[in-house]
Design a protein around this ligand. Structure first.
Ligand code: GLU
Length: 291
């Protein structure tokens, strides 16, 4: 059963994702710029190739496999099933759908684990062709990678133990211990909102959640969509307050790979018009627990 608030967010996301209506992302740097949904329009022509070699799109086609960085620690988006070993979630299904669009077969894919901290270095090292991993489009990151159009819209929120005195970000003050993950926008965002709080950074979301459960912090902060996944893992924890940032997710590709960027944006549009995007959305986000 989905709560009214969550279903409202789902509806908003379903309406705004991929339609070019997303707002400019909020980051702690306060950077402003073009709407998050228009990176393709502002990039070089899609025929451009990086100097000194085949484009990543050419490489993907000749190797016949798409290598995608996904989360292994994030329920609902990319979580490694501890029993079967399968990696599952919205981002994983999106990645498979992209493999089907680009290579004609969703099985022509290899998934590699990324964390918020390792995802851009792994892309730069060419260990992966793209990142599909709850990654917010920000102006800062646009300097390092090419982003697709927005494919999901989240907002930063707080997870607390039921009964916590923290009811919203206004209650995060001096002395409050906030748990977050290295390399996530959440760290700078919470420091901007609550400069006096203590922020403890972990390598991945399952470690941060374990620390919250062990009482090492008062609250865990990241995107509400990720926090709802944690609520589903342990109902003693609850998401509180309104989201206090915009976190529009984009698929990231290596800087200069504009042919791949165009192919991904094209695929996203096809997935939306075929109804495949909605199917994937309902499968994962419809699972969100009631508040
Ligand atoms: N969407 C935010 C980010 O890109 C937080 C989630 C994450 O750590 O991936 O940093």
């Amino acid at each position: 059963m989905i709560s009214k608030k969550w279903s409202f967010m789902v509806m908003m996301v379903a309406v705004f994702a991929l339609t070019g209506c997303a707002s400019t992302p909020t980051t702690s740097t306060g950077a402003s710029g073009s709407p998050a949904s228009s990176p393709a329009a502002s990039s070089a022509p899609s025929t451009a190739k990086p100097a000194g070699g085949a484009s990543v799109l050419d490489e993907i086609k000749s190797r016949g496999k798409l290598v995608v960085g996904v989360k292994y620690d994030t329920k609902l988006f990319g979580l490694k099933n501890p029993t079967g070993g399968e990696v599952e979630g919205f981002d994983v299904d999106m990645a498979k759908a992209l493999a089907k669009e680009i290579l004609g077969d969703e099985k022509k894919i290899e998934l590699k684990e990324v964390t918020s901290k390792t995802r851009i270095p792994m892309l730069d090292n060419k260990e992966i062709d793209m990142i599909v991993a709850t990654m917010t489009i920000t102006d800062e990151r646009k300097k390092q990678v090419e982003f697709s159009d927005v494919y999901f819209k989240a907002g930063q929120s707080l997870l607390v133990k039921k009964g916590s005195p923290i009811k919203s970000v206004a209650d995060v003050k001096k002395g409050t211990k906030v748990l977050a993950v290295k390399g996530a926008t959440s760290v700078a965002n919470i420091k901007a909102k609550a400069p006096e709080a203590t922020v403890l950074e972990f390598d991945n979301y399952q470690d941060a959640f374990s620390a919250l459960k062990a009482g090492q912090g008062d609250t865990l902060t990241t995107d509400n969509a990720i926090l709802y996944g944690m609520m589903a893992q342990d109902p003693n924890f609850v998401v509180v307050g309104e989201p206090f940032t915009d976190e529009p997710y984009g698929i990231a590709m290596k800087k200069g790979e504009t042919a791949l960027q165009a192919a991904v944006n094209d695929s996203l549009k096809k997935l939306q018009s075929s109804g495949e995007y909605d199917k994937i959305y309902k499968k994962w986000i419809g699972e969100a627990p009631s508040k």
